[in-house]
Design a protein around this ligand. Structure first.
Ligand code: ADP
Ligand code: MG
Length: 259
């Protein structure tokens, strides 16, 4: 845990990002209070993943700041025009406090489930292997996979792999969990087992930023919802209010197929 003085776990300030001439984020700002769940919805290509990746500088913004607790991540432009993180050591530190779960799990194929979960604590945090294994087993138990510790990722279903990915993220004891469409690559029957785990994390009061197409789920677990359209937050607010009485035509249009 950090001993931060701010009430926000994440602050995103005026983020711009272009890929070549394609301006994908056009000045995005939001703040996620500690213990809150923020969901990001919007059509494919609206910039949701890019925004999430900017939070941990997997994508380095062209402009704007990311503030994690009290730490300010800034970017700078190199001579060749490429954007890089201003302070690499700060970024390394900040990244240990940000857990990320991807659509396609991103597990290490040649390591067991247990090794996937202990890797970060052992190699990044320097935790003794025994202690890391104990923590990992407890987390695997929490996500319902204690019996799969010695399996390899390709021996698991998609839903199981994603639950391992969540356990792996939790093993670093992150201050914030970032989820990028964690159920989009799953067969329908596996969606719920993953949502259940995420719902439990929300109940524990974990700070989460979640990109999702599961509207019902977003409505149920999040404190705040943001609707992205063409690189801006076109509408945001209380999830029930957003889904019941969308204000903008864009959001009305986006939600129409669900009604
Ligand atoms: P979403 O997650 O909402 O579907 P993305 O953030 O993935 O949207 O993408 C937004 C736009 O940015 C798309 O037009 C996509 O093609 C483009 N884009 C995303 N990442 C890259 C990249 N690494 N290089 C070039 N274009 C990218
Ligand atoms: Mg995406």
């Amino acid at each position: 845990m950090t001993h931060s003085t701010t009430e926000y776990a994440v602050q995103v300030r005026n983020i711009h990002k272009s890929f070549d001439r394609n301006e994908v984020l056009k000045g995005v700002s939001f703040s996620a209070p500690r213990g809150s769940v923020t969901s990001i919805i919007g059509a494919s290509g609206s910039g949701k993943s890019t925004l999430l990746r900017c939070i941990n500088h997997l994508v380095v913004p062209d402009e704007g700041e990311i503030i994690i607790g009290d730490d300010v991540l800034r970017s700078r432009r190199k001579r060749d025009g490429k954007m890089v993180t201003q302070d690499t050591r700060l970024l390394e530190n900040v990244r240990t406090r940000l857990g990320m779960v991807f659509q396609n799990f991103h597990l290490w194929a040649h390591r067991t489930v247990l090794q996937n979960v202990t890797e970060g604590p052992v190699h990044v945090k320097g935790m003794p292997k025994r202690a890391a294994a104990d923590v990992a087993l407890a987390l695997l138990n929490k996500v319902g996979l204690a019996d799969k510790a010695q399996a390899y990722p390709d021996q698991l279903s998609g839903g199981q792999q994603q639950r391992v990915a969540i356990a792996r993220a939790l093993a670093m004891e992150p201050d914030v969990l970032l989820f990028d469409e964690p159920t989009s690559a799953l067969d329908p029957e596996m969606v719920n087992e993953v949502l259940r785990v995420i719902r439990d994390l929300a109940r524990e009061g974990r700070t989460m930023v979640l990109v999702t197409h599961e509207m019902q789920f977003a409505r149920e677990v999040s404190n705040h919802t943001m609707f992205m359209h063409n690189g801006i937050i076109a509408e945001q607010g209380d999830p029930a209010r957003m889904f019941d009485t969308p204000q903008t035509d864009r959001l009305k249009q986006f939600l129409r197929p669900l009604q």
